[in-house]
Design a protein around this ligand. Structure first.
Ligand code: 4NP
Length: 151
């Protein structure tokens, strides 16, 4: 299984989502690959935001190896599942899809934990206090991904 986590800048939310899910699948010994990207290009090549690095570290997860990259149309061919952090990311990813099969790979990540609510993971970039909440939401959603696939 290859999974791509997508947010806007690929420095706050999706690096955390990548780190959390990759950590969980490694603990279970699964051969899944989790990566992340951003719909925007402003932060390409950068490390995750220090506030994301810190909250991940607090829970024993290292995300310092990650570097931001931009989502591109051929990612639809490279991944089985594409999880968007918010509804704006979701729409921007879907705009690049060239078939219904591609669009069907895209899902709002919080719908894994709370189906059909179409809840967004709030953008914590402008809020120093938002990172813990983002971590907890993503931890719940990533756990639900494993449950959905019975692992
Ligand atoms: P992310 O957060 O999408 O969770 O990585 C953001 C990072 C940077 C910006 C916005 C959101 N920005 O405007 O530069």
């Amino acid at each position: 299984m290859k999974i791509l986590m997508v947010c806007l800048g690929n420095i706050c939310r999706s690096p955390l989502a990548e780190g959390i899910l990759q950590h969980k699948v490694n603990e279970k010994g699964l051969n899944w690959q989790v990566e992340s990207a951003g719909t925007g290009s402003w932060h390409v090549g950068e490390q995750p935001d220090p506030r994301s690095i810190d909250v991940a570290q607090k829970y024993g997860i290292d995300i310092t190896y990650q570097r931001s990259r931009q989502f591109k149309a051929n990612d639809f061919d490279r991944y089985d599942l594409i999880y968007a952090m918010d509804s704006s990311n979701y729409q921007n990813i879907c705009k690049l899809a060239s078939s219904d099969a591609q669009k069907q790979k895209v899902e709002l990540i919080m719908n894994m934990a709370n189906p059909n609510r179409n809840q967004s993971v709030p953008d914590p970039y402008w809020d120093d206090n938002g990172f813990e909440q983002v971590y907890q939401m993503l931890d719940e959603a990533c756990e639900a991904v494993l449950t959905k696939y019975n692992v």
